[in-house]
Write a protein that binds this ligand. Structure first.
Ligand code: HEC
Ligand code: HEC
Length: 296
């Protein structure tokens, strides 16, 4: 605000307060029981009682309050008020308080390894907050994932579920890449695989179907998914022998995976989160799946 507008605001504000006082006292006069001069409908007159004292005093108090407020807080043009209060100053003080609070909260946790953070109530609540702000959008607020986004609460890990592996997944990100195999296998081979892979964990699968599927698997898929089909953490290839599916189970989903490939990507978070945040969120994720260890 330049000097002119500042002065303008000061003059208008002070004049308004004085005008209020004048209005109040001018109207305070009156004769109890007396009537005004105006007459309506021959005999209708209006009383001219003074305003009740208490009511008047309330108004005077509000004007005094305004004067006091403007003396201590900013409001009159560019004048800052005796207390020197500013909204920015208050925000900065609160921010400094929060930053200090956060620094102290993290300082206690610096020496603890990730698996200890997974049992530490303060670390868990910090980790949960980091998770909600950064991970829940993809992995879900309950961390149970969705099609293409892994469930982090089960014990099925593509890239490994140790504290170190989880920290690496978060810090560096992960890429799971299955190339499309369309055109590299015959219709029979595809059929044998599609009849077998989705039902790998099902004991009722006929032995003949299993053997035909396994034969195809051994030549075409085992290199990436492991000879036993349980996946390789270096590639992030999923375990195909359990009933947990990243992209959904069933013949059609598996046929799509084989023909068109799959490509999932977990973004690196090293530039988004600092080391402390990565450690607490890793602890939180670790706590979600390590149920037995915590006797839950
Ligand atoms: C070059 C390595 C590679 C080969 C060869 C390969 N896969 Fe994969 N496969 C992967 C990877 C890595 C993923 C995980 C992709 C991701 O994370 O998005 C995957 C994912 C899958 C999925 C999805 C699993 C789920 O949980 O939804 C299926 C099904 C699958 N592969 C079946 C096969 C079959 C059957 C073959 C053989 C015909 C095969 N793969 C060959 C690397 C491979
Ligand atoms: C943009 C979406 C996205 C965000 C944000 C994201 N993730 Fe992921 N995350 C994925 C995908 C997709 C995969 C699986 C990658 C693949 O298919 O290979 C994954 C994989 C992972 C894995 C490895 C799972 C396994 O089975 O080995 C962990 C651990 C993980 N995420 C934790 C986190 C945490 C913790 C955060 C927050 C700091 C986070 N993610 C944020 C998409 C995301």
């Amino acid at each position: 605000m330049n000097a002119f507008w500042s002065m303008f605001v000061i003059v208008i504000s002070v004049a308004m307060m004085l005008a209020c006082l004048w209005l109040l006292f001018a109207n305070a006069k009156g004769v109890p029981g007396g009537t005004g001069e105006h007459v309506w409908d021959d005999d209708l007159r209006e009383y001219n009682n003074p305003l009740p004292r208490w009511w008047l005093n309330l108004f005077v108090l509000t004007v005094l309050f305004a004067a006091g407020y403007l003396a201590f807080y900013p409001g009159l043009g560019n004048l800052s008020g005796r207390l020197g209060w500013t909204s920015r100053g208050q925000m900065e003080a609160e921010l400094a308080h929060l930053t200090e609070h956060r620094r102290l909260a993290y300082a206690q946790l610096k020496t603890l390894p990730v698996n200890a953070l997974a049992k530490h109530p303060n670390a868990l609540s910090l980790g949960r907050a980091v998770f909600m702000a950064n991970c829940a959008g993809c992995h879900g607020a309950d961390a149970r994932g969705a099609i293409g986004f892994p469930d982090l609460t089960d014990r099925d890990w593509k890239f490994g579920g140790t504290p170190d592996a989880i920290v690496t997944s978060i810090t560096q990100g992960r890429v799971g890449m299955m190339p499309p195999l369309n055109g590299t296998l015959s219709a029979e081979a595809l059929h044998d695989l599609v009849e077998f892979v989705p039902f790998w964990s099902d004991d009722r699968l006929p032995a003949k179907t299993r053997a035909a599927g396994l034969a195809q698997f051994a030549t075409r898929c085992a290199g990436c998914h492991g000879a036993d089909g349980r996946g390789l953490t270096v590639l992030g290839s999923p375990n195909l022998t359990d009933d947990i599916w990243l992209y959904g189970g069933g013949r059609e989903r598996v046929r799509q995976a084989i023909l068109f490939g799959r490509h999932g990507e977990m973004p690196a978070h090293d530039t988004l989160l600092d080391a402390d945040e990565i450690r607490v969120v890793a602890g939180y994720v670790y706590s979600l799946s390590a149920h037995d260890e915590f006797g839950q």
